[in-house]
Design a protein around this ligand. Structure first.
Ligand code: 3NM
Length: 220
């Protein structure tokens, strides 16, 4: 498979749902089905935190979620776990600065999508050289989902990157909801990545529909 084009990836990043079993109050497969019914554009399996599944159980859930994505033509990415991504033949991986070096990951995964979390111009430049396909930037707003999240940074970094001519596809992450998603897009992001505002919504499809409206309300 050829590397995904920037334009196609920008579309896929619009409403990027991330979750693992610990983020769900009903079964994750049901959460994902409902999120797809609402119109998510990409999915990342992120099995992390207290009580996260490991080993065979993690693999089995990942496989189930991947099948649901395949049935619905939604790109399926794996957080951090390159071995799992390769075993499943996932569409891509997302890594942070504390994970394996990006050049090494790019070599391992070939043409799969590579997302990298970056927080500064230096990290962004290094990630571009390592073959990143998109950047995750956060936490934009306050989040309780990631225990080791950095201090809230608002949209400043996104704005700075765009002002400095970085054209890389960007998603904002951290505390994003239907109410504040438009701010992230106005700052120059292509999409939003969201855990709780979808996974724990009273109505998951409605939450996705509202997020989408918010994202598409801004014309960049
Ligand atoms: N990464 P929620 S914040 C997974 O800042 C993750 O890099 C972040 O969850 C970062 O949508 C975060 O529930 C958690 O706030 C996002």
């Amino acid at each position: 498979m050829a590397r995904i084009s920037k334009e196609n990836l920008k579309d896929a990043l619009k409403v990027y749902f991330i979750m693992g079993s610990v983020n769900c109050t009903i079964h994750p497969t049901e959460v994902l089905r409902q999120a797809i019914a609402g119109g998510i554009t990409m999915f990342q399996f992120r099995e992390k935190g207290k009580g996260a599944l490991i080993g065979d159980e993690k693999y089995k859930l990942a496989k189930e979620l991947q099948w649901i994505c395949r049935d619905n033509q939604i790109p399926f990415l794996v957080n951090d776990d390159i071995e799992l991504a390769m075993a499943l033949d996932a569409d891509g991986v997302h890594i942070g600065q504390e994970d394996e070096p990006a050049e090494y990951v790019r070599k391992q995964i070939g043409d799969k999508i590579l997302g990298i979390s970056v927080h500064s111009y230096e990290e962004a430049t290094a990630a571009i050289q390592s073959g990143a396909d998109y950047f995750g930037i956060g936490p934009i707003f306050l989040t309780e989902t990631k225990e080791d999240a950095k201090p809230v940074q608002g949209t400043t970094v996104i704005q700075e990157f765009r002002a400095n001519g970085i054209t890389m596809p960007i998603v904002g992450i951290g505390g994003i909801t239907p109410e504040n998603a438009a701010i992230v897009i106005s700052a120059g992001a292509d999409g939003v990545s969201v855990i709780t505002a979808i996974s724990k919504a009273a109505s998951i499809p409605d939450a996705v529909i509202e997020l989408k409206k918010s994202v598409f309300s801004v014309k960049n």
